[in-house]
Design a protein around this ligand. Structure first.
Ligand SMILES: Cc1ncc(COP(=O)(O)O)c(C=O)c1O
Length: 440
């Protein structure tokens, strides 16, 4: 009997007892190749000596100092590193997780408009099928219906437009450019519907993660979105909690879209899972406005800027740079997608293998031609995930890919330092799990 309130109250999960590079080991001694890093968290595997050493050193020297009294050398160094890696950003607020970064972004946006003399601006627009976290503000802006439904009476109104989801929503007669324009223009229509003077910001995952399975936008989409945000004076807030910190092959995923946002959030891989950390970065325009008005961001948490967490994150950034891991992310990520596409070339139920870098989505369908999804009650994504776990492979299955209810996909987010043997193990075990769970 367990006293822990587990996610599933009917089932206690296996006990993880040790991390060994890309593998996790449970209490029975079974080894699992961690091909999803939990949910795109463990980007350096589970036993990197440089991160362990950095955490140990920091705990011995100074585990924690409250940020209303002190800053620390690790906090300053991490802030400089993150800002210099994020084109267009001026300062960073260090927090403890993804949802916290979104809450802070919404409040910073609101405070900016209060102090810049546009007090009516308070509404946020996001995209259907997006996920921005489970706290009430983040859940309110998010567009995943299943996650929001039960808590709707507690949420402030959210406003949503179409995602940019080419596999599902581009019409056959449309070019990529036409499709990208059509869905970007939904933002303009929504701004006009809500009243341009009331809208504060647009929130979007640069590459959609958990809810849709590594969905990249069509080329030009984010450029168009940036243009609309500028025209109406609203903040573009990119959520890179899952897709940032190198996951897509560049430190910030937005670098590959040729734009920069007004704010960007990061978390998951920021300290590779060795400590919980989140970050909200914002432009100098926002910083300068608040500096020259109240001079104070009216927000804070006890554990923000936590010295030990920050030390783990700083060490993570150094390892990614010193071991040139982004090259591995780009090359091996493309290679894994290619291998999976080949392996499933004639599988009737694999509709799409997509993503960028080591952020890989595999969408499963009942019929490849029509893209008809499986009956959601079959929970196909769970079946594949469970089969993979039996094979000794961790991957992240999710249902509701299309509209929060229908559709199944698997997300793969292996460690950036994956080697040849581990890549083989990943593709072999994943193909075996899919083949057993979905007999063609
Ligand atoms: C894009 C995105 N934003 C925000 C969050 C929330 O992060 P956390 O679970 O750390 O609060 C998540 C978590 O999956 C996410 O994928």
């Amino acid at each position: 009997m367990s006293y822990a309130l587990h996610r599933n109250l009917l089932k206690t999960p296996p006990q993880a007892v040790k991390g060994d590079g890309a593998h996790l080991i449970d209490s029975t001694g079974k080894r699992y190749l961690d091909a999803s890093g939990g949910a795109a968290v463990s980007c350096l595997g589970h036993s990197h000596p440089a991160i362990i050493e950095a955490v140990q050193r920091q705990v011995e020297q100074l585990p924690y100092a409250h940020t209303s009294f002190f800053t620390t050398d690790v906090l300053e160094e991490l802030a400089e590193t993150l800002v210099k890696n994020a084109p267009g950003m001026g300062k960073v607020l260090l927090l403890s997780g993804g949802s916290e970064t979104i809450e802070a972004a919404l409040k910073l946006s609101r405070q900016y408009f209060l102090e810049s003399g546009e007090p009516d601006r308070h509404l946020f627009i996001a995209r259907r099928q997006s996920y921005h976290g489970n706290t009430l503000g983040a859940l309110a802006v998010g567009g995943n219906e299943w996650r929001r439904e039960s808590f709707r009476p507690l949420l402030v109104a959210g406003h949503h437009i179409a995602p940019c989801f080419e596999y599902r929503e581009r019409a056959v007669i449309e070019t990529q450019k036409e499709y990208g324009s059509r869905v970007a223009l939904e933002l303009e229509a929504k701004i006009n519907e809500l009243g341009p003077k009331n809208v504060a910001g647009f929130v979007a995952e640069t590459v959609v993660g958990a809810t849709a399975g590594a969905v990249t936008a069509v080329p030009g989409y984010f450029g168009h979105i940036r243009e609309i945000c500028d025209r109406y004076g609203i903040h573009l807030i990119l959520d890179e909690v899952m897709c940032g910190t190198g996951r897509t092959g560049s430190m910030m995923a937005y670098e590959q879209e040729g734009i920069s946002p007004d704010m960007v959030t990061m978390a998951k891989g920021l300290a590779a899972g060795y400590q919980p950390v989140g970050a909200l970065l914002c432009s100098n325009k926002i910083v300068d406005t608040i500096t020259s008005n109240s001079g104070y961001f009216q927000h804070g948490h006890t554990f923000m800027g936590h010295a030990t967490a920050v030390a783990a994150s700083l060490a993570t950034q150094k390892v990614i740079r010193d071991e040139s891991l982004l090259e591995n992310v780009v090359r091996r990520g493309a290679d894994i997608r290619k291998q999976l596409r080949n392996a499933f070339a004639s599988h009737p139920n694999i509709g799409d293998v997509r993503g960028r870098g080591m952020f890989i989505g595999v969408e499963m369908v009942k019929d490849r031609e029509s893209k008809e999804p499986f009956d959601p009650t079959m929970k196909l994504h769970k079946k594949v995930q469970t089969q993979a776990m039996d094979e000794g492979l961790l991957c992240y299955g999710m249902g509701g890919t299309i509209d929060g209810r229908r559709g199944d996909h698997i997300l793969l987010a292996p460690p950036y330092n994956l080697d040849d043997a581990q890549q083989r193990e990943l593709t072999d075990k994943f193909v075996a799990a899919v083949t057993l769970a979905l007999p063609a």
